[in-house]
Design a binder for this molecule. Structure first.
Ligand SMILES: [Zn+2]
Ligand SMILES: [Zn+2]
Ligand SMILES: [Zn+2]
Ligand SMILES: [Zn+2]
Length: 483
């Protein structure tokens, strides 16, 4: 096929896909509603999170996706709202403090429960063993219309971590289908935390810009600012680490000279340094120069800092609008597109098997996947900056970039905390990689994904009977980029 005709075909495909993404091609049925909300119910009157949501009624089109177990009736015909997430630079750093319940990307996590952080293996890539890197957190309280809603789960945040090594993410593909008994090793992990409105960490009242956390968090690693510190530098005793890996990274990045200076001062019997060094690290000029900081500095209560310059850039995640891009007055055009759509739907419904009997099997199948990819792209093109799609509802499904490697029934394990079913909650899009500054050349081995879909406990269960505190691990499904 010549390049030109290939391009023309792709253009036609994209056009057709755009039509498909429109729904049933009947613009009148495609009702939209503007709602004021955060990602969740927004009862708290949150500030700092984008509040205006153009809620899009997304009719579910995928026939072969995971069946989400529902305890209610058949609600598959109910139209679902999808909320989009966009990134923007952090303009006011106080908004990223944990007492502000931020939605954010990169930097350090604003742990909702600042004491009972995930520990041990939970913090590590299951493939290479290195500490996982914080990627995104979503403040997503349960809506009042959600079956899982209860007053005692007032605050709720989800945290997603990933190993920055693409080789690990490729290995992760072989593990995500494994059952728990087979001890799957994941390079992507998700944790859920939730709290009652009355809790020991935060004020009952909505926060102001000046709000401070009611309780200090557990000390976190000086290098990553993410995981609980489990050891302290034996030389200067001023910095703490989550792991040997991060201690070494910090040492190589310049802590060695800082540490020796402090040790020399201590050896010289510097009384002042001796009496203040261990607890008030921030008072050391040398520490400032070396980028050595304690977590949750007095200047920015509730925000953990990190010495590492390898973290992903910190950005605010705001909730935005998905515009209905259906061009008006194109009824003439859409007849052809409608036919293409119907053809596509017919082939989709045949779902591979009957279809494979057709002579042109391979050609048609690759074309089917190309069409699916084009439909995915066309849908995203309506709001090109979107990095996240959120929809916690019975029957909600991710917008899959590919027909391949979708979870089949049983691939999404039941909640390991309560044994209940899980449901789709949000997905990350490949566009996020662009904002993270990840190189995305075909020949590079840098991080790349088509989507990461997160499934969470449908009941949003408590960590234990006695307490809401702590973190429950949830389940991510990764689709790698279509090649
Ligand atoms: Zn890894
Ligand atoms: Zn660390
Ligand atoms: Zn040291
Ligand atoms: Zn559960």
């Amino acid at each position: 096929m010549s390049e030109m005709s290939e391009m023309a075909e792709m253009a036609e495909m994209a056009e057709m896909a755009e039509e498909m993404a429109e729904g049933d091609g009947n613009a009148g049925e495609l009702s939209t509603a503007v709602l004021a909300m955060s990602l969740g119910h927004g009862l708290y009157g949150m500030s700092g999170i984008g509040k205006t949501v153009l809620a899009m009624n997304l009719r579910n089109r995928d026939l072969e996706d995971l069946e989400v177990e529902s305890d209610g009736g058949d609600e598959s015909d109910e139209e679902l709202m999808v909320t989009l997430g966009f990134v923007q630079p952090v303009e006011e750093s106080w908004k990223m403090a944990r007492q502000q319940f931020p939605c954010k990307v990169g930097g350090t996590p604003a742990w909702l429960d600042p004491l009972k952080l995930p520990e041990g293996e939970n913090t590590q890539c299951g493939i290479c063993g290195n500490p996982l890197q914080f990627l995104v957190q979503v403040y997503a309280p349960i809506g009042v219309d959600d079956a899982a809603y209860r007053e005692e789960v007032f605050h709720r945040s989800l945290f997603l971590f990933v190993c920055p090594d693409m080789a690990c993410l490729q290995q992760d593909q072989h593990h995500q289908r494994k059952k728990r008994e087979e001890k799957p090793c994941r390079s992507v992990k998700v944790f859920r935390s939730q709290l009652a409105r009355t809790n020991r960490f935060y004020s009952y009242e909505p926060p102001s810009a000046e709000s401070e956390p009611a309780l200090k968090g557990v000390p976190v690693c000086t290098w990553c600012g993410t995981w609980k510190a489990t050891s302290r530098c034996g030389g200067c005793k001023q910095v703490r680490y989550c792991s040997r890996t991060h201690q070494l990274a910090h040492w190589r990045a310049g802590h060695d000279s800082f540490c020796r200076t402090v040790q020399a001062e201590l050896a010289a019997g510097n009384q002042q340094s001796d009496s203040t060094a261990t607890e008030t690290l921030q008072s050391s000029d040398a520490g400032q120069k070396m980028g050595t900081r304690v977590s949750e500095t007095p200047q920015q209560p509730g925000i953990a800092t990190a010495a590492s310059d390898k973290l992903w850039p910190e950005m605010e995640l705001i909730v935005g609008e998905e515009e209905d891009s259906s061009p008006s007055g194109d009824q003439g055009v859409s007849n052809d597109a409608q036919k293409l759509l119907e053809d596509y739907e017919t082939r989709r419904a045949q779902n591979g098997e009957e279809f494979s009997a057709i002579d042109m099997q391979d050609v048609e199948e690759s074309s089917l996947d190309q069409q699916h990819w084009a439909a995915f792209q066309a849908r995203l093109a309506r709001a090109p900056g979107q990095v996240l799609r959120y929809c916690r509802a019975v029957g909600a499904k991710p917008l899959w970039p590919s027909l391949q490697d979708q979870p089949k029934e049983g691939d999404v394990p039941r909640c390991q905390n309560c044994g209940g079913s899980r449901m789709f909650e949000f997905q990350l899009l490949p566009q996020l990689l662009y904002y993270l500054g990840v190189q995305n050349e075909a020949d590079s081995d840098s991080l790349d994904w088509a989507t990461i879909a997160v499934y969470t406990c449908a009941a949003s269960c408590n960590k234990s009977d006695s307490s809401f505190e702590g973190y429950v691990e949830e389940f991510p499904w990764v689709q790698l980029a279509v090649t």
